[in-house]
Design a protein around this ligand. Sequence first.
Ligand SMILES: Nc1nc2c(c(=O)[nH]1)N[C@H]1C(S)=C(S)[C@@H](COP(=O)(O)O)O[C@H]1N2
Ligand SMILES: [Mo]
Length: 401
Amino acid sequence: MSEPDPPRPPDRIPGVLAPPRVGPLRADAFPSRLHSERNAAWLGVALGVTFTVCFLTGFLSHLIQHPPGWFVWPSRPAWAYRVTQGVHVATGLASIPLLLAKLWTVYPRLWTWPPVRGVAHLLERVSLVPLVGGSLFLLFSELGAIARWYPYPFSFPPAHYAAAWITLGALVVHVGAKLGATRLALSSRSTELLEEGAGSASGGLTRRGFLVTTVAATGLITLTTVGQTFRPLARFALLAPRDPRVGPQGFPVNKTANRAVAARATDPGYRLTVEGNVAHPLSLSLADLRALPQHQAVLPIACVDGWSASASWRGVRIRDLLGMAGAPHEPEADVISLQEPGVAYASSSLNRSHAADPDTLLALEVNGEPLHIDHGFPVRLIGPNRPGVMQTKWVTKVVVR
Ligand SMILES: Nc1nc2c(c(=O)[nH]1)N[C@H]1C(S)=C(S)[C@@H](COP(=O)(O)O)O[C@H]1N2
Ligand SMILES: [Mo]
């Protein structure tokens, strides 16, 4: 005895991204009605915003660290980099749940049939490889990097930078291809009504419930990480890799002094030299530096990893030292540490704005004590509105340009 054929499902369920019945898949290969066009559209809009903000703040950080001739990052306002880099890491972290939810919502589309419907469709589909691959690489390598985990043989910053451009290019193609469909999915009243009730019949999550859950997860991740740079939320920063209040002298250390650096830093023969394009090169002992006029400033360390911490610094103004050495008008300078040359972040540059700022210091003290060796004893560079990587520790040489 043969069973009657089950009713054939429609080829296309309105508002749902599962592919029609044609093609190699079973009709019910993607039974969930949460693969919704409207959810895909909303998640796409949210990701468009977070990716754009993340890209712009990341590009700014790149320009500051590798300035082309036309770009001068000013030393004021002192807090600007702290904010832009905090926003960069926060939007990157917020993108993770949004991206995972989006990928899950749309993945049935991979089985679209026929697989290619012409040149434009082919290009749109091929652009998904750099878009999805680039996004996943950016977000998850970033997640590793802020936890200081680099399980690959290449250097993180150049790979992150290249991946950002590749992803942006693919994103532009994707947005161009999907703009119409997104508008339609967000505006059509019929899909909205259809989706209101969908899901609840089977007792599962509704489509709106899925979106709300994704947004809540995104909010929770932001709330439990942004305290690493936004102090009022510091006590909620349970998922942040660093607590900005914990470390020697009350704030974190990224790079500790190795034995060689510590030996040179504590050597009684330590000298700070000011050389290069100057009329009278200087060579100063620690006692000489302490005898110079000291200046105090409250300034943040704002790490590219997204944490920041303010401290009260005291030391010699760079511009006073450059003046003593007879540097030219509006000088620029390289600040060089006791680390082996060539080691990442062993030196940094001061543009004319930072060199002239009265709060750009070679600090000898922090929060009323001589610097801890891991904070750069005997002398560190600290200036307003600079990335943490450019606040060079264990300074021994200033070369004027
Ligand atoms: N010489 C030197 N200075 C350096 C670094 C370094 O690797 N070498 N790391 C930088 C980074 S990435 C940051 S965030 C700050 C951290 O400062 P802190 O250790 O005082 O918190 O120091 C910067 N100064
Ligand atoms: Mo850093």
